[in-house]
Design a protein around this ligand. Structure first.
Ligand SMILES: C[S@@+](CC[C@H](N)C(=O)[O-])C[C@H]1O[C@@H](n2cnc3c(N)ncnc32)[C@H](O)[C@@H]1O
Length: 289
């Protein structure tokens, strides 16, 4: 990550600077702040290795800074606040249960509903109540690019719509399923907000009971996705593609499910992001033959 060096006290004055990459946290040491630089702008060097904060960094979701990992020191929290002036700062200690409900601690300010803009899409959500995996940005872009107009897409774990909305904006007819009532309400709202409600059929409930007919593409954005393959494979045909998320490789389990369902397919594996020191968030693209 490229960065520019500025005096720590200058951080607050960078609020409107074009060159600052606000998706990354500046690194402050000995009165000097290394500020991440956006693509296309000059930098002084690479962001130094962090000596202090060992967490997984923070993201700005709307006006709320969301940290993962251990609690920051007071100095780190102060640097985050000076850098991006969030309405509130929360730490997500974990995601509970199948609905992936964030377990949060409010570190500063107020939290609640916010509006997050990403890649031209608008998402309403309360990051203290529903999860938003900002680290999956490249996968969201990849999905939006793969989808073709008129495709019939199932988003089995739609959440607030971060795959559904881009897919529908790319012209697909999306059947979006979500178990968590709070996330489902944002999903409906975000379809309207992005003017794709005519191409999104959002349903609240367990996707295994809601899948209907055949799909050209099935997005399975949940780490337990391989276990949902028996349900999904009943709704695909030759040429359909399933995007099966997992922690670590799941090829063997996927092949077993294909075999049990009497199906064959080719599997290509993609890494989405590092999830833990030795664990990757992966996506397996399974094309049914
Ligand atoms: C990893 S999150 C997906 C993130 C999501 N794509 C987003 O917009 O943030 C998984 C989502 O799947 C939902 N979910 C879990 N089990 C489900 C099921 N059986 N049927 C439908 N949705 C389910 C959870 O409530 C959660 O919102």
């Amino acid at each position: 990550m490229r960065a520019r060096k500025v005096p720590q006290e200058a951080l607050a004055g960078l609020r409107d600077a074009d060159w600052v990459d606000r998706s990354r946290r500046p690194y402050v040491r000995d009165g000097v702040a290394w500020v991440p630089v956006r693509e296309g702008y000059p930098a002084d060097g690479d962001l130094p290795e962090r000596a202090l904060y060992t967490g997984r960094g923070y993201h700005l979701i709307g006006e709320i800074a969301v940290l993962h990992g251990p609690a920051p020191t007071e100095a780190e929290l102060a640097a985050i606040i000076a850098h991006c002036r969030p309405r509130g700062v929360i730490r997500v200690a974990g995601l509970a249960g199948e609905k992936r409900i964030p377990k949060i601690e409010v570190l500063s300010g107020t939290v609640g509903e916010t509006v997050h803009r990403e890649q031209g899409y608008t998402f309403h959500l309360n990051p203290a109540v529903v999860m938003f995996a900002q680290g999956n940005r490249t996968e969201k872009v990849r999905m939006a690019a793969l989808v073709r107009p008129g495709e019939r897409v199932a988003d089995m774990f739609a959440g607030i719509g971060y795959f559904t909305v881009p897919a529908a904006c790319s012209g697909a007819e999306v059947h979006a399923m979500e178990l968590n009532r709070a996330a489902f309400e944002y999903l409906e709202r975000n379809s309207i907000e992005n003017h794709v409600e005519g191409r999104v059929r959002a349903e609240h409930g367990d996707c295994r009971n809601l899948l209907a007919g055949y799909y050209d593409r099935v997005i399975m954005g949940h780490f337990d996705a391989p276990g949902f393959l028996p349900a999904a494979l009943a709704h695909v045909r030759r040429g359909s593609v399933l995007h099966v998320h997992s922690i670590g490789p799941a090829e063997t389990e996927i092949r077993r499910h294909l075999q049990d369902a009497g199906r064959a397919g080719t599997i290509t594996v993609h890494r989405v992001k590092k999830y833990a020191p030795r664990a990757w968030h992966m996506v397996q693209d399974v094309t049914i033959s």
